[in-house]
Design a binder for this molecule. Sequence first.
Ligand code: ADP
Ligand code: MG
Length: 588
Amino acid sequence: MSALARTAIGLTAGAVFVAAPLLLPAFHVTLLNYIGLSALVALGLVVMTGVAGIVSFGQQAFVGIAAYTTAVLTTTHGLSPWVGLPASLLAVTAAALLIGAVTLRLSGHYLTIATIAWGLAIYHLFAYLPGLGEHSGIDNLPPVAVAGWAAETGVRMAWLIWGVLAAAMLAARNLLDSRRGRAIRALRFRGVMASSFGVDVPALRLQVFVLAALLGGLSGWLHAHFLRFVSPHAFGVNAGIDYLFMAVIGGAAQVWGAVVGAAILTMLKEWLKDWLPAVLGATGNYEIIVFGLLMVLLLHRTRDGLTPAITRWLPARRLPVPPPAEPLPPRGRPAAGSPLLDVQGLAKRFGGLVAVDQVSFELRSGEILGLIGPNGAGKSTVFNLVSGTLDATAGEVRLQGRRIDGLQPHRIARLGLARSFQHVKLVSAMTVLDNVAIGTYLRGRGGSLRAMLRADRAEERRLLAEAARQVERVGLARQLHEAAGSLPLGQQRIVEIARALAADPVLLLLDEPAAGLRLAEKRALAALLRQLRHEGLSILLVEHDMDFVMGLVDRVVVMESGRKLCEGTPQQVQRDPAVIEAYLGGVE
Ligand code: ADP
Ligand code: MG
């Protein structure tokens, strides 16, 4: 888009923003305000649920905490709403940290159930805590005023609400388009992938949780001074369900989805309330039933929400190749031939099953070591023990002389270990470039606030230039801006390697990179791995495809039933009767 077109769109949006509330009938302005207030909460859910995969039915609790905090301060204590704002956000932050610390450790459905539980609990707190007006709530709140200009009318409130919403959307978009934003997108796959690239997953999940709660808090503060009263009924569990619906309907992974979803849901409810009694000739809560059916239909027809369905018809953005930038400082390389990875007496039990039993081997700098064996031999388990995804039952692992067993994956990543996954873990809707840029996470330092204010651009250019360089290095330059999920499996595996390379590792761990590849793809992969070794990289290659390994690696460790069978050059192990027995007489 040209600069002129951008300016034109910006000016038009600004004009609509100022004029719309003035031109619309009062009833529609009120509706607009409700949409804005809901969109703010839904925006938090877009980031938390749609992008980070943390499902919450409890956001109304944070809206309520903020609303009640400012209500009490501005009525009982007679303070200004401008004191109420930071106080509300502080109260929300404290509540989110507390609730988050307790519940975020739960996974999947348990977490979702916990969000319903805290939503219920806080609702009852509002209704029964003395001093909060019980079921009738608190009224006579003052309006928000700036230098004598009070937001007393619906029109002024619309400017305030939509101004705040626009700023929040911009901040959210900036955040998602940054180093930290990529880490948030990487939080899916239960955080296993993110932590392998140095992301402190529990800390980041908590941060996202607090951020979403703060957006709810902002909405709550606006809500309280818009309606000028608060009552518990606005913060019941049904409100939490509505917020989640809005995020999901709009398209839970896009900033715009929050507004689209909030608008559709709010208007649909309003419309059904008027229309259904007229059609059915009776009053009752029929709209809830019709509403539920419509939701199911909508979700069924557009799995990713409505926003992608809309944006598909807009002209595609032409993305540039990231321009060259000052290269990131490289990590010091160990001297070729020096001991790099040292595994001693490694063991892992799963209940009664000994998956890995007393395995020892060493990998020297600059070599490709193959770890092979039939299915179920324990290769992936060794791989996960080395990378920190699993905790060893016994044994020691050293990287460049440093003990790494017992360290968390994100700490091991910091020491220079990067990996791929046997089951490809790419963020499929994200471009190849952005996926590979996840690998650069530890080579930058920009945090969320810097990203929201867009103060991170210089570093961001360097990270993206590095990611683009790695994409080119593995030969996928033409796919740079394609969605990773649209590539064939073979190329997805190569993207995973590029992502690992972007971390500038001293040791690259690959788990069955050739699985599911066609012959030509296998050859291309082998050529790439040879080239990487030539450039001085050390690789631990887990594979069960013998042919692929034998022509490629320097040495092989053969495993069977959790134990190390033998070790040597490809020629040596190929002649070993025990290996022949394991492969020909075994399950293969
Ligand atoms: P490979 O990668 O060589 O095919 P794995 O390391 O995946 O083998 O598995 C080794 C053995 O450990 C298998 O018998 C497998 O069923 C078992 N195993 C692997 N992971 C787990 C787990 N998380 N829980 C229980 N058993 C497991
Ligand atoms: Mg495996």
